[in-house]
Ligand binder design. Structure first.
Ligand SMILES: Cc1ncc(COP(=O)(O)O)c(C=O)c1O
Length: 368
């Protein structure tokens, strides 16, 4: 089977995988076998299969991140996971939550939404990939530092391990948002030494919305008292004693009420399809196409990151007239892409071709 046969790719060059990755064809049968068919055939007796579906997702994601499935807890979104985490932290007389101003806005909104808890949002400005910048903002007033692994608007990659080490020195909790990196950059929370991680499957994992998750470092989980809980946060959900709650150990204390299954059934198919192709192969392909797209313009005065030192997306910071010209030519060619101000965002996944990268290269040449 060729790559083209394995994904549902809309007509025209699809350069929006930083927003929503294309649906793998195998994901539809995974949704059917992991969710729809057990329900149709067994009604409420579908639960054992449904729980296996979610467990299978956590195991597969854990394999991708070099972690155990049990350290991962399903969450509806990155924002939900961050909220659940912040509201579980021990009271330590520290109020600041530090993140870079280029973190995805939802993460700042989460902190603002928790101002009743006395949390204070601190947005830092400067080079997000400079550990010195983070060092200057970490002290005994900081509760948690939120690190965006890959920034969605700039493609800048944070030095997660270095920042996590600095956090540890100051007794600051470290958490990382991998929404924009998982599937296209190595994500390795244990090796980074972070305390928590939040992510989804929407973008490079091609798994659709709803299959979010939180990873918690095993030792760290013991410090956390989950507040948004439900019967699936119980060590034994089937104990059914309203007078007795005993939190599940580790990350699963964050699970909540009756779990959703469908998003994980579908995402299982996506994870399977991508891991069969090979994540390192996908990364190499992305790098190759980015290099083709930028070829000849590496020194053209663009404030653009070298292909190898950015996330999966080419973030082209252009002048207003260059951005207008490029957007109009990409639109003429039926390309799907997006634009933030004068920055055009173009992503090459495994289903994109050398010819599409060359097309971007030609259009770039015509506007520079
Ligand atoms: C870095 C990053 N974090 C978070 C999100 C979205 O978070 P949520 O799952 O809460 O919608 C995005 C979406 O574009 C993102 O790029």
């Amino acid at each position: 089977m060729t790559i083209d046969d394995q994904f549902n790719v809309p007509a025209g060059p699809y350069l929006l995988s930083h927003s929503v990755g294309c649906l793998p064809k195998g994901a539809e049968s995974s949704l059917a076998s992991g969710y729809v068919e057990p329900w149709a055939n067994n009604g409420g007796d579908a639960w054992p299969t449904w729980l296996d579906t979610v467990e299978g997702f956590c195991t597969a994601l854990g394999e991708l991140m070099g972690s155990r499935g049990q350290d991962i807890c399903p969450q509806t979104s990155v924002s939900a996971a961050f909220t659940a985490y912040l509201t579980s932290l021990p009271e330590r007389g520290r109020s600041k939550i530090v993140m870079h101003e280029n973190a995805f806005p939802t993460m700042g909104f989460v902190v603002k939404g928790l101002k009743k808890m006395g949390l204070e949002l601190v947005l830092i400005e400067g080079d997000a990939d400079d550990p010195g910048l983070w060092q200057r903002h970490l002290d005994q007033t900081v509760q948690t530092c939120l690190i965006t692994h890959v920034h969605s608007n700039t493609g800048v990659v944070s030095p997660v391990k270095e920042i996590a080490d600095l956090c540890q020195k100051h007794d600051v909790f470290s958490a990382v948002d991998v929404a924009q990196s998982i599937g296209i950059k190595p994500v390795e929370p244990n090796a980074w030494g972070v305390d928590a991680l939040f992510g989804s499957c929407v973008k490079w994992l091609c798994g659709g919305p709803g299959a979010g998750y939180m990873w918690v470092r095993p030792g760290h989980a013991e410090l956390l008292e989950a507040t948004a809980i439900g019967w699936f946060s119980h060590e034994n959900p089937f104990e059914f004693d309203i007078r007795h709650f005993r939190a599940a150990s580790g990350a699963r204390k964050f699970w909540g009420g009756t779990p959703s299954v469908a998003p994980y059934a579908l995402a299982n198919g996506s994870l399977k399809a991508l891991s069969k192709i090979g994540f390192s192969h996908i990364r190499e392909h992305n790098l190759r196409l980015k290099t083709v797209a930028l070829s000849g313009f590496e020194t053209a005065g663009l404030t653009m990151r070298p292909a190898g030192q950015s996330g999966g997306t080419l973030c082209l910071n252009l002048t207003a007239s260059q951005a207008d010209g490029m957007a109009s030519k990409l639109t003429d060619e039926n390309c799907r892409f997006d634009r933030r101000g004068n920055s055009l965002r173009l992503s090459f996944h495994i289903y994109n071709t050398q010819a599409e990268a060359k097309l971007v290269n030609n259009i770039l040449g015509s506007v520079l």
